[in-house]
Write a protein that binds this ligand. Structure first.
Ligand SMILES: Nc1ncnc2c1ncn2[C@@H]1O[C@H](COP(=O)(O)OP(=O)(O)OP(=O)(O)O)[C@@H](O)[C@H]1O
Ligand SMILES: [Mg+2]
Length: 377
């Protein structure tokens, strides 16, 4: 029997805990042409939600395109990615792709490649006579979804995943250009998803940002504890394994119910306890210990490379929790030194992705690193 707990990639079908409410709301928003900023910490399930939302929308006859901005390393690669995602939304047969490109983007020269797995991949090259990429982007590319939607009489949904990365391409210019195009689109809905909260907030709610008030802000929460528990019990029951209540409770609490973490722990638990008919809280503890010892080389490297001040702070947050970390009590109890230097460490740890900030509280992004620090202490 295959391990049903999947981590590190989008989950679909039976592996996707349905997030029914979110999908229903998004379908309604999209049908009424609302733009959405979808924000959550890393690994809460944004991409999985978009992929499953798209499956639901396709069933309703909408066209969908997803652009993962982590894959765009330059303006040129963004242009290629954007054009190919949008064009692939309407057509995936290579022989037809060329015709579509000629129809909608005659200035672009397509190259079509076959991946080793036999999947067709669409690459795009600029024709020599169109050297000015930026102009081309402005004129054609950003309006491509709307042109296709109009011609085909279809509604298109475009999702930018990790949207904040657009700022790494050419500052705010590309944002401005994109905004001025998409604000005129009536047959295309947009989702801007991302995990770098500060940047996304700045984009969506700072009056000087091009995307100011361009959509409603939605926070993706964790999957409810009850839904996750039901999923875990159901999957283990398929191979007639029973989990004691305290074992399930422990899985959820140790992982802080972060979807990726829960799936990761359950995946290891499934492998470790394959022969067992009953899983106890001790099995969960042993699985965690295995995970931590496997991760030790990675965590040691991180640890060794952190300056002392950041180590103290991380450890303090791991052990005492991340509430009121600038209070006199927290600073003195944990011997952290003056608030301004702690602030500097916090900013660095946030920007390097070691810490997350939620409602004024700080948590370690990697819960297993947190457990490792707790044990180290
Ligand atoms: N609805 C869900 N049902 C079951 N597992 C889920 C669900 N959503 C997320 N997960 C788990 O979390 C992992 C991360 O999900 P996903 O990649 O969708 O999150 P993300 O927020 O896009 O992450 P990142 O910030 O790294 O891009 C998945 O591989 C899966 O293990
Ligand atoms: Mg993602």
């Amino acid at each position: 029997m295959n391990n049903p707990f999947i981590y590190g990639e989008e989950v679909i079908g039976e592996s996707f805990i349905d997030r029914k409410k979110e999908i229903e709301t998004f379908v309604r928003d999209i049908e009424s042409n609302e733009r959405i900023f979808l924000i959550s910490p890393r690994r809460y399930g944004k991409t999985s939600l978009i992929v499953n939302l798209f499956l639901a929308l396709k069933k309703k006859g909408l066209l969908t395109a997803r652009i993962d901005l982590y894959k765009a390393t330059s303006l040129q690669s963004f242009a290629n990615l954007y054009a190919s995602s949008v064009i692939n939304a309407i057509e995936s047969k290579p022989e037809k792709l060329v015709r579509i490109i000629q129809e909608f983007l005659p200035a672009l020269r397509p190259t079509i490649t076959m991946s080793p797995s036999g999947k067709t991949e669409l690459g795009l090259d600029l024709r020599p006579r169109e050297k000015n990429l930026e102009l081309l982007l402005l004129d054609k590319l950003y309006n491509l979804p709307e042109s296709i939607a109009d011609k085909r009489k279809k509604h298109i949904v475009v999702a930018f995943d990790e949207f904040q990365e657009i700022r790494n391409l050419d500052g705010k210019n590309i944002e401005k250009a994109l905004r001025s195009s998409i604000q005129q689109h009536h047959s295309v809905s947009y989702i801007f998803a991302g995990s770098k909260k500060t940047i996304l907030y700045d984009m969506a709610s700072n009056p000087s940002s091009p995307f100011y008030k361009m959509g409603k802000i939605v926070h993706l929460n964790k999957i409810s504890k009850e839904d996750f528990e039901k999923f875990i019990v159901k999957e283990f029951a398929k191979r007639k394994t029973f989990l004691f209540d305290d074992a399930i409770e422990k899985i959820i609490s140790l992982t802080e119910n972060v979807p990726y973490n829960v799936q990761f722990l359950c995946h290891q638990l499934w492998d470790k306890c394959y022969e067992k008919k009953k899983i106890t809280v001790q099995d969960v503890d042993e699985t965690i210990s295995d995970i931590l010892s496997n991760q030790t080389p990675v965590y040691l490297t991180i640890w060794d490379n952190l300056p002392l001040s950041q180590r103290h702070l991380l450890k303090a947050i791991a052990i005492s929790g991340g509430k009121n970390i600038f209070s006199h009590d927290f600073l003195t109890e944990n011997k952290l030194g003056p608030a301004p230097s702690v602030q500097t460490s916090v900013n660095l740890l946030l920007s390097h992705g070691f810490l997350e900030k939620e409602n004024g509280n700080y948590t370690l992004s990697d819960v297993f690193f947190k457990r490792w620090l707790e044990r180290k202490a």
